[in-house]
Write a protein that binds this ligand. Structure first.
Ligand code: MN
Length: 469
């Protein structure tokens, strides 16, 4: 297909028209950095139009999520960084989908005219010959629509840059294609400054030794994963590690130190024979954000948003994007709390010997004691930990608020190498007991009716036994 950016922008314009005419809206977004940035762009766009709206974050569009979207009574549902893969499953009116993932091949099959869905605006680069994996992300597409709603929304462009960094679209030494146009908007607006240098992760917040020793792309001989070596290397260059009691970061280096360190690192990486094309390149600074915080660097910003998503706190990530001054602090508090919940849950399972072994699986039932949102993480962390086996998968049960049972199954990499496919096992077993589920070979989840746990375990055991060689 020919690259047709004007066509993509036309699709963005008609989506913008639909959005402008909405009375009430629901924003549905993916729970990673790109999705959170996209949600923030959508939410800010709606707020500026005076359109009342809510926001929901999803890990994926499963049956349950699609059913929920179908049932929202808002006249507009704006789905961002998700949705394209499931277009044929939607029936409702008032959908705007801004996504960059592969488009559902079932969609439009057997349809004669272009938009025979009653009221669906689909904005996706792949539909216009533009590569959605490398040159524009979910937040970027959402931004293009937002800019069509109101050119003044250019003040949101930096969020699209953060989203692109979150989806590794900057990984060739810098952003390219459509992302470059969006970057230009952000630079024009003054929210982003493009600088050239080493693309080390943690320039703003990591103390120098950590900045270097955690660098493994490229591998730095004698520095990567070597704390003593790193400190010797920095001392050898005459670079102070501290300023009083404060540990210095890359940003604290003066111009000469920075140059010295850059040259030495490039040389060091070269001796390791590494490909340096991604080591030197563009970095994106956000000069309007508070100094010394993650928000000053697009990559660190995106990593922070990913952490919010992983810790079930995407809403706080969105508040950060929207400039809420207390949100950064809140995200740290919530992350600590989440970690505390995790360690409490792990201790509870361990101290009470809750894990029961069977021939081919082990399991625990947490009842209502562990939140269903973290029970899978707990199951994974328990594997191979303190006397708990890792040579059989772990199945964890938790009661959900609606009276059903949430199942999380986790395996070890070595088991997957031997043939374990938990996605298949969980999907089949859940189906037989009247539930549904799926996932990945190493981690899967299901929802099953209460009381079917034993039957479910028997089936899982049979399947796992047949998978592992
Ligand atoms: Mn994305």
């Amino acid at each position: 297909m020919n690259r047709d950016v004007p066509g993509l922008l036309r699709a963005a314009r008609s989506a913008a028209e639909r959005i402008r005419s909405a009375e009430r809206a629901m924003v549905v977004a993916h729970i990673d950095a790109d999705g959170i940035s996209a949600a923030a762009i959508a939410s800010a766009t709606l707020s500026r139009l005076g359109i009342e709206h809510g926001t929901v974050f999803l890990k994926k569009l499963d049956e349950e999520a699609i059913a929920a979207i179908e049932s929202y009574d808002e006249d507009l549902v704006w789905i961002v960084d998700l949705g394209s893969g499931y277009l044929s499953q939607f029936r409702r009116d008032g959908l705007v989908v801004c996504d960059h993932h592969t488009v559902d091949p079932e969609w439009r099959k057997g349809q004669t005219d272009l938009m025979s869905f009653p009221d669906l605006n689909h904005v996706n680069p792949h539909e216009h010959g533009v590569d959605g994996s490398s040159e524009v992300c979910g937040a970027g597409i959402t931004y293009l629509v937002s800019r069509e709603v109101d050119p003044a929304n250019i003040f949101l462009a930096h969020l699209a840059v953060v989203g692109a960094a979150g989806d590794f679209q900057d990984s060739d030494g810098g952003l390219k294609g459509l992302n470059r146009d969006i970057l230009k908007d952000a630079v024009t607006d003054g929210s982003i400054e493009v600088n050239h240098g080493l693309r080390l992760f943690g320039r703003i917040t990591r103390p120098l030794p950590q900045l270097l020793q955690y660098c493994n792309d490229p591998y730095l001989p004698g520095v990567t994963s070597d704390n003593t070596g790193t400190i010797r290397f920095l001392n050898g260059l005459g670079i102070e590690l501290k300023d009083g009691s404060r540990r210095r970061t890359w940003m604290d280096l003066d111009e000469f130190e920075r140059e010295r360190l850059t040259d030495a690192l490039v040389e060091l990486a070269g001796t390791g024979g590494a490909d340096l094309s991604n080591f030197r390149g563009e970095v994106y600074d956000l000069p309007r954000e508070k100094e010394g915080t993650e928000l000053r660097d697009a990559k660190e910003y995106a990593t922070l948003l990913n952490a919010c998503g992983r810790y079930d706190d995407a809403a706080t990530g969105m508040r950060i994007c929207l400039g809420d001054p207390g949100a950064l602090e809140d995200s740290k508090t919530n992350r600590d709390e989440h970690r505390r919940h995790l360690s409490q849950a792990i201790n509870m399972v361990r101290d009470n010997d809750m894990v029961q072994e069977r021939g081919w699986v082990q399991f625990f039932h947490s009842g209502g004691e562990i939140k269903e949102t973290i029970v899978g993480i707990v199951a994974g962390m328990l594997l191979g930990n303190n006397g708990i086996r890792k040579d059989i998968p772990m199945v964890a049960f938790a009661e959900s608020d609606d009276g059903e049972v949430k199942v999380s199954a986790r395996g070890h990499r070595e088991l997957v190498a031997r043939g374990l496919d938990l996605s298949k096992a969980v999907n089949i077993a859940a189906g037989i007991v009247g539930g549904y589920g799926g996932g990945h070979n190493i981690a899967a989840g299901a929802t099953i009716p209460a009381g079917t746990e034993e039957r479910f375990l028997q089936i899982i055991e049979d399947i796992v036994a047949s998978q592992i060689i």
